[in-house]
Design a protein around this ligand. Structure first.
Ligand SMILES: [Zn+2]
Length: 82
């Protein structure tokens, strides 16, 4: 099975911000009063997208990305010192 992979070429769509939006979507869908049958499908799909973001931009136990850089984490490696 192919992996779900996110590409985020828009400068405003950093993986960090997309992750935040996907998490918001998950909680919105969870509270959504309709479409109970399809909720798990939507939540699972969002979960796969979030998992891919966590693969591309790993977070530490403190919830911070720190220096866990990858090829696609999106950090500016030259100026990134956090
Ligand atoms: Zn990074």
């Amino acid at each position: 099975m192919a992996d779900t992979v996110i590409h985020a070429p828009h400068p405003a769509d950093t993986l960090k911000m997309i992750r935040e939006t996907l998490c918001q979507a998950q909680s919105a869908i969870t509270q959504w009063p309709a479409d109970e049958d399809r909720k798990p499908v939507h939540l699972a799909r969002l979960g796969r997208l979030i998992n891919d973001i966590d693969r591309q931009r790993p977070l530490g136990p403190d919830g911070k990305h720190g220096d866990r850089h990858t090829q696609t984490c999106g950090c500016d490696h030259l100026s990134e010192s956090r």
